[in-house]
Design a protein. Sequence first.
Length: 188
Amino acid sequence: MSTVLALQARLLTLHSPDGPTAISSVGWQQTAAQCFLDLRAVTWLIILSWPETRRYAPTPALADAIALTAENARIAAQGQRDRPGKRHPSVAYTDPPIDPLAAAAGFGIAEQLLATDYDATFAIFNPLISRARSTEPTMTHLQKPHHASPPLRLTLNHHRHDLWKKRREGLLRKHPGLIPKICARTEF
C-alpha cells in the first residue's frame, strides 16, 4: 500500500500549482499534462505486452492486479474480433484499468519506464513493442497515440534504433522547444 500511496503523492504533486513546471518523460522535458497523457499511452503498452512488463511491477499484488486487467482486455479484444462487421479489437487495450489497484500498477510501471533517458527507453520498449505486436498485430490505437508527446510517439512507432535516432534528430529540428534530458526523473 505504501508503494501506491507514494505514487499517488507524486502524481498529486504534478497537479499542484506549486508542482514542477516541467518533468522528464522519455528523457525529454514535458509539461505535467503531457506527462499524464504519456502515462496513459504507456499503460496501453503495458497491458498489451503483459507478462513481459511483469518484472517492472513494484509488488506481487500490483502485478496480479494488472495481470487480471490484461487478461480481461485480451478476452474483450477476442470478443471484438469474433463479432461480425467492423472490428476494433485494440480498443479493449486503450481503456484505463477500472480497478484502482490495477490502475496504480499501470501508472507506476509507466512512470518507471518513462523516467529513463530516450536511448534507455527505446531499449526497454523494443521487446515490449514486439510482445504487444504478438498480442495485437495491428496495434491501431497504440500506433497513433495522438495525445502522446512527440518523443513517445517516435519511441512507439519506430523499432529500429538507427532509424529512431535519425527521426529523433529530425524531431529536434522540427520542435526546437523540446529539450532532451539525459537523467532519470528526479523532479518529484
